[in-house]
Write a protein that binds this ligand. Structure first.
Ligand code: NAI
Ligand code: MG
Length: 358
């Protein structure tokens, strides 16, 4: 029996509510499969932990997490703890310590998902973002001089290494080749005359190695317009840390909303655990009311199953999400329903148990 050891970090706000459903669904999958099982260990880290201890995670937290095959994260952040403290103290620390340099974010309009765009066919929105996740604009490099003085100055560096650009682009090229899809690079070489010129240059160099992959390259401002006007132009997309962060929220908006958007933070070499999460935050405005949509977390669970080479099950979870949305019986208020978070999780489970195709 194959065992997947999962470190569960429910985090803050709606994090624990949605992650409970994610674990419920994974348990069900393992039971139905019979060939593998999950071992979940839950870590109480996040803002409450911070208010008690002064740090977002245990001092040897990274050491503890190393023992796991993957990390399942809800969301972190809560009023009372500055967002840069909660983000850097947990999420970014994990991404960086475990060299999770690929952030894979599907932007795919599933059957039954709401879409605010007019005149767009469902099949037109089917892209996957490969976001650089270890350096770039979020490298955390910079300085704050003369703090509090009238002449204070802040500098936030963007850090783009050849190693970092090449490995993320190679991942994207390999994915595009494997899936027989086009690859689009999104940058801003006109205004950012060092980092993005460098990015564009490496992209063009690498495209020589992949003559079979059709490529395109757009500026980020034009690309954001095109994502709305002609989303069918994008299949596999590779972009920097900041641009990927922003564009995938736009992607979430056109592909069913934040309640559906998931992301995988991956160390493709599997030297360290990868981390799977819904991309929404802790939603303090609706926390504790059992109305958070758990479908993004179920999608993150699907990505985890893919990563463990259980792609059939990964696909089945997406089918289950589609079936639940089409049926429209068990949906949370953000999708126009009246169901609780747990009822949506139960609906996914009962679809899986029936084993029917959608
Ligand atoms: P948010 O994603 O938490 O909420 C934005 C809006 O979407 C809210 O109206 C919320 O109610 C709604 N929403 C989000 N997820 C939902 C779900 N599953 N079902 C139904 N509605 C949902 O973003 P916001 O408000 O900017 O940030 C809140 C906190 O979360 C902050 O402390 C922020 O730093 C943190 N955050 C954490 C992230 C993470 O852990 N990966 C990512 C983004 C924000
Ligand atoms: Mg974001």
């Amino acid at each position: 029996m194959q065992i997947h050891k999962i470190a569960v970090i429910p985090g803050d706000g709606i994090g624990p509510e949605v992650i409970a459903e994610g674990c419920k669904v994974l348990e069900c999958v393992a039971r139905l499969d019979g060939g593998f099982r999950f071992e979940f260990d839950t870590f109480p880290w996040g803002c409450e932990y911070y208010l008690k201890t002064g740090s977002m995670m245990a001092e040897d937290g990274i050491e503890q997490l190393k023992a796991y095959d993957s990390i399942f994260l809800g969301a972190v952040g809560f009023p009372g703890v500055p967002d840069h403290v909660s983000l850097w103290g947990l999420l970014l620390t994990i991404r960086k310590s475990f060299d999770q340099y690929v952030n894979l974010r599907p932007v795919k309009l599933l059957k039954g998902a709401p879409c605010p765009l007019k005149d767009v066919k469902r099949e037109d929105i089917d892209m996957v973002f490969v976001r650089e996740n270890s350096e770039g604009e979020y490298a955390g490099s910079g300085s704050w001089l003369y703090r509090g003085k009238p002449h204070e100055v802040v500098i936030q560096d963007g850090v783009f290494s050849r190693h970092g650009c090449e490995r993320i682009m190679r991942y994207a090229f390999e994915l595009a080749r494997h899936e027989k899809k086009t690859l689009t690079s999104i940058s801003k070489g006109n205004a950012m005359n060092y980092s993005m010129v460098f990015w564009d240059q490496i992209f063009s160099e690498m495209s020589q190695e992949y003559p079979d992959v059709k490529t395109a390259s757009y500026l980020v401002d034009a690309a954001s317009m095109m994502m709305v006007k002609s989303p069918e132009a994008f299949e596999v997309v590779v972009t920097s840390n900041l641009f990927g962060d922003i564009l995938t929220d736009l992607g979430a908006a056109i592909a069913g909303g934040m309640g559906l958007a998931a992301g995988a933070n991956m160390n493709p070499e599997r030297k360290y655990p990868s981390m799977f999460e819904p991309i929404h935050g802790s939603a303090p405005d609706i926390a504790g009311r059992q109305i958070a949509n758990p479908l993004a977390t179920v999608w993150a669970a699907s990505q985890m199953l893919d990563f463990f080479h259980h792609e059939e099950w990964g696909k089945r979870l997406l089918d289950a999400i589609e079936a639940v949305m089409l049926e429209a019986v068990a949906l949370t208020p953000d999708m126009g329903g009246t169901a609780t978070t747990a009822q949506v999780g139960d609906a996914i489970v009962s679809y899986l148990m029936k084993g029917k195709d959608s």
